[in-house]
Design a protein around this ligand. Structure first.
Ligand code: NAD
Ligand code: DAU
Length: 351
């Protein structure tokens, strides 16, 4: 397989996948296809931008004609599909944007791959990157999401991702398209857009701003370092079984409030502030509508069948993440001084 298109490669997870593939596989031509929405940032790809096997294409996956044209022009043999609207809070205020990109955009890519590959599926692969949120929420602490857990999405974001997963499976079953799907838990790490919990808290601690914790802070998420997710994606792309699904997660559950306290502790140490300084910034705010209580992935299948394992303990990953934000203040300032700042201000004032 030589020509691989990675959609959403200027975003958070996509940029780590692009970096891994460009550096690890010089024999591949990597095409980063991204519309550069508010979440796309070419600074995330700066270090690979001069590599001879790296190409950037600014394109919108909701534009079916353009996607068809690009498949015909570049003759992609592999697709790693990460482009999406990814933030749950935004999906609550603008669900249609999520239908357009996550559902329509995915179907456009499937159609283009089906048309262009035209039944010649040898050596081809369409890999759809999805989320654990499609399974809904867990209440019983003993329960985990398995690959066989029935879908039960509860937010417009997760409903749109669930729908896209269904279309990917339908294209495999109906047309034989060589697809594979993964459903991953919450990622964290460098280049994470600061509307999401961890980078938002890091940014606000740095700037002595309130730390908005939704509800009572008792919701639980299962956190995985983004580079470990990129490694899992590499493994599944090359070794995953066609037509199959793999759950990816870190077996690393944290209540939001405990995670925010841990971040405050790490940041106080790094910033040379007396212990307890940052926790005073914690502010409980109105809960997210339909806020899923707990996510927890059972990642045994990918571990046993494909030999993937997370490489980092959470505290170590969190420290690395904090260090990255502290040494990349320019990246953070550029992001927060733009569109995001207005969005954040509006959201926060609304509470
Ligand atoms: P992100 O929001 O950081 O990046 C999304 C990227 O997609 C951006 O570069 C954006 O410009 C691009 N994009 C958006 N709409 C587009 C369009 N119409 N056409 C082309 N490009 C478009 O997202 P992320 O957090 O990196 O997530 C990547 C993928 O992984 C998503 O599919 C998401 O559902 C999934 N996922 C994310 C997490 C997580 O914790 N962030 C966990 C599991 C799965
Ligand atoms: O589980 C995987 C999903 O994780 C991905 O599919 C999504 O793309 C990704 O955004 C993430 O969704 P979450 O909604 O879990 O992530 P977020 O960072 O928005 O929120 C994490 C938790 O923190 C959640 O319980 C809501 C809470 N929260 C979030 C923000 C932004 C707060 O308490 N305060 C906040 O300001």
């Amino acid at each position: 397989m030589k020509k691989i298109v990675i959609t959403g490669g200027a975003g958070f997870i996509g940029s780590h996948v692009v970096r891994l593939f460009v550096n690890k596989y010089p024999e591949y031509q990597i095409y980063n296809l991204d519309a550069l929405t508010y979440a796309g940032n070419l600074a995330n790809n700066e270090d690979v931008s001069k590599a001879s096997n790296y190409h950037f294409i600014k394109a919108d996956i909701t534009d079916a004609e353009e996607i068809d044209r690009l498949f015909a022009e570049h003759k992609f043999e592999g697709v790693l599909h990460l482009a999406a609207e990814s933030h749950v809070d935004r999906s609550i205020t603008d669900p249609l944007a999520f239908v357009k990109t996550n559902v329509l955009g995915t179907v456009n890519l499937l159609q283009a791959a089906k048309r262009y590959w035209n039944g010649q599926f040898e050596g081809k692969r369409f890999y759809h990157i999805s989320t654990d949120e499609v399974y809904g929420e867990l209440h019983n602490p003993e329960e985990f999401f398995l690959e066989t857990t029935p879908y039960d999405p509860r937010s417009p974001y997760s409903a749109s991702k669930a729908s896209s997963d269904h279309f990917v499976r339908a294209f495999h079953e109906t047309y034989g398209l060589p697809t594979v799907i993964t459903n991953c838990s919450n990622n964290y790490g460098p280049n994470h857009f600061p509307e999401k919990l961890i980078p938002l808290m890091i940014h606000n601690i740095m700037h002595n701003k309130p730390l908005p914790v939704y509800g009572k802070g008792e919701n639980v998420r299962d956190w995985l370092f983004v580079i470990d997710h990129a490694r899992a994606i590499d493994t599944v792309f090359h070794d995953g079984k066609i037509g199959d699904t793999y759950n990816i997660g870190g077996f690393n559950e944290w209540k939001n409030i405990d995670l925010v306290h841990l971040l405050c502790k790490i940041m106080d140490e790094k910033l040379g502030r007396p212990t307890g300084t940052s926790t005073q910034l914690i502010t409980y705010v109105t809960d997210r509508a339909g806020h899923d209580l707990r996510y927890a992935i059972d990642a045994n299948k990918i571990m046993k069948e494909l030999g993937w394992q997370p490489s980092l303990q959470f505290e170590e990953g969190l420290e690395k993440t904090v260090d990255w934000y502290l040494t990349n203040e320019k990246w953070l300032n550029e992001v927060t001084s733009g569109d995001y700042q207005k969005y954040y201000t509006n959201m926060y004032q609304g509470r």
